[in-house]
Every structure is written in structure tokens, then in C-alpha cells.
Design a protein around this ligand. Structure first.
Ligand SMILES: Nc1ncnc2c1ncn2[C@@H]1O[C@H](COP(=O)(O)OP(=O)(O)OP(=O)(O)O)[C@@H](O)[C@H]1O
Ligand SMILES: [Mg+2]
Length: 275
């Protein structure tokens, strides 16, 4: 149940400014990785607004925050005092909060702590998330804007920290800040930037991106993605689309997809550092 046990899974966390496409890209990554039935994929929604569940067409019945609050209530009312028993109960509840659809499982973190820091419970929950993650090949975390949240509420270690931005200077600036904060806030192996909603290669090439941020690639503005969002359709049902093709390129660049899985389309990589 230690964090080292989660090493087997590739843990991909997406962070960036509000509204830049973290949830859409997280769902797209889950779709691509789970297209191979051999892959077991865990999707973690670390945003209290639980947007990832909608993007994947999954109904959330219980969040990690619900599990936490139930336990705190039990401790306060004297029902729970034994630590071993508490861990066993949390483990059971955590698994019951997991929604499973074929080779995709989903868990939502829920609201941030509203009523004080129950650090011990938070630590146990984080260990349990790491323990659950150990059963999967890939873990995809749809983070909020702040990387500290991922560290505090989801996992201390991720293998791939993906910074997401749109083409705006504001978005790119937030990505650069997250990258700086991440250096001390989270334990990651690789990091880089995906620029989403780019009109074309010309627009991408003209962007002023700090070279040390390590650009992975870009995702085009995609009407299919837009239409799925408008209709509230699960991205798991999306077959091909320009956004998915761009994401596959990015996953290859990150070393997550092997080259034989790479789609036959022109590479969108500008420059790479970190991956
Ligand atoms: N490549 C794209 N092409 C077209 N539309 C896109 C693309 N990426 C995202 N969108 C649209 O942009 C909007 C915001 O995307 P999304 O919800 O994924 O962003 P987010 O970063 O998760 O936002 P939040 O910070 O609110 O959680 C959605 O309506 C989505 O459909
Ligand atoms: Mg979102």
C-alpha cells in the first residue's frame, strides 16, 4: 500500500489554467489508452466540478471526499478509533467509490476539504489511491489549475506532468508558473507542454513559448470535440478526430504510446525538452 507500489502504472497528470481543455484532453487520453483492451486505465477526476465523469459518460455515486467525510463523522461520534479498522474501512469504501466500465475505472476526488485538515485521513486516502493505482497500467489525472492540489489530495508522485494551455499568452504564462511550482510541489519524472485549440501550424510556430518548458505538441481546434461537448456525449465513443490524432502524437512524443501505435499523420512537435 505504499506509494512505491504505484510505480508500475504510468501516472499522467494534466494541469493548466481554467478552461484550456484539461478535461477534454484527459478524456481523450483515457479514450486512446483504453482503445487497447489489454490496457487497464484509471481516470481520476481531481476537479470538484467532476467534469471528467461527464466527458467520459460516467455517473459518480460517491467521491473520495464523501468517503473521507463519512469516516470523520464516525471518528467524531466515537464509532471508529482503531487505526487498523479505520484503514480497512477506508479501503473498502474507496473501492466502492470506484466506477468500472470494461477496462476503464473512474474515481472522483470531490470537494476540497471544507472542515479542517484531517491529515492522517488524507495521508491514508492518498496511500489508498496509490494502492488502487497499482492495479492499473495507466492513471490519468484531470487536475485543477493548481499542482499543489494534485500533491495534497491525489498523489505525491506522477510520472508525466502535462501542462496544458491554449494559445493565449495568459494560458502559457500559467503553464510556466505551474511548471516552476511543480519543481518543489510534486515529484514527477517528466514534464512538458501541450498547446490546445491551435488553429494551424503557422499559429503554433508563431507562439512565444519559453524554451525550457519543453513543448510536447499541439492539438487543433476540433469541431468533433466541440460537438461531443455540446451533446454531452462520452469521448469514449469518439472514433477518430483531429484532436485525438494530435493527442496520439503527443503521447508518442512522451514515450507513452510506442511508435507502431502512432497514427500516420504529420508530426506536430515543435521542440522538445523533458520528454
Ligand atoms: N481542441 C479543442 N477543440 C475544440 N473545442 C475544445 C478543444 N479542447 C477543448 N475544447 C472545448 O473547450 C471547453 C473547455 O474545455 P475543458 O472543459 O476540457 O477545459 P478545462 O481546462 O477542463 O476547464 P476547467 O478549468 O473549467 O475544468 C469545452 O467546451 C471543450 O469542449
Ligand atoms: Mg476541467
Amino acid at each position: 500500500m505504499s506509494e512505491t507500489a504505484a510505480k508500475k502504472a504510468k501516472v499522467i497528470a494534466l494541469c493548466g489554467k481554467g478552461g484550456v481543455g484539461k478535461t477534454s484532453l484527459s478524456a481523450g487520453i483515457v479514450k486512446i489508452l483504453s482503445s487497447d483492451p489489454k490496457n487497464k486505465v484509471l481516470a481520476i477526476d481531481a476537479d470538484p466540478a467532476v467534469g471528467l465523469s461527464m466527458a467520459l459518460g460516467i455517473t459518480v455515486h460517491k467521491t473520495v471526499d464523501d468517503v473521507r467525510n463519512d469516516l470523520i463523522k464516525r471518528v467524531k461520534s466515537g464509532l471508529e478509533s482503531d487505526k487498523e479498522q479505520m484503514i480497512a474501512l477506508l479501503e473498502y469504501e474507496m473501492f466502492s467509490a470506484l466506477e468500472e466500465h470494461r477496462n476503464v475505472a473512474f474515481i472522483a476526488i470531490g470537494r476540497p476539504e471544507a472542515d479542517g485538515c484531517y491529515c492522517q485521513v488524507n495521508h491514508i486516502l492518498k496511500d489508498l489511491i496509490a494502492s488502487v493505482a497499482n492495479n492499473f497500467d495507466y492513471v490519468v489525472i484531470d487536475g485543477e489549475a493548481g499542482i499543489e492540489q494534485v500533491n495534497r489530495r491525489v498523489m505525491k508522485k506522477v510520472s508525466h506532468l502535462v501542462l496544458v494551455s491554449d494559445a493565449s499568452a495568459k494560458g502559457l504564462n500559467v503553464a510556466a508558473t505551474i511548471r516552476r511550482v511543480a519543481q518543489t510541489a510534486i515529484d514527477y519524472e517528466k514534464t512538458g507542454l501541450i498547446v490546445n485549440r491551435v488553429r494551424d501550424r503557422g499559429e503554433f510556430n508563431a507562439l512565444k513559448i519559453l524554451p525550457d518548458i519543453g513543448t510536447i505538441g499541439w492539438i487543433p481546434e476540433d469541431d468533433t470535440l466541440r460537438a461531443f461537448d455540446i451533446e454531452g456525449k462520452s469521448i469514449l465513443l469518439m472514433n477518430e478526430s483531429p484532436a485525438l490524432a494530435g493527442l496520439k502524437n503527443c503521447l508518442s512524443e512522451m514515450g507513452i504510446l510506442v511508435s507502431s501505435e502512432k497514427p500516420d499523420c504529420t508530426t506536430q512537435i515543435k521542440k522538445t525538452q523533458g520528454f
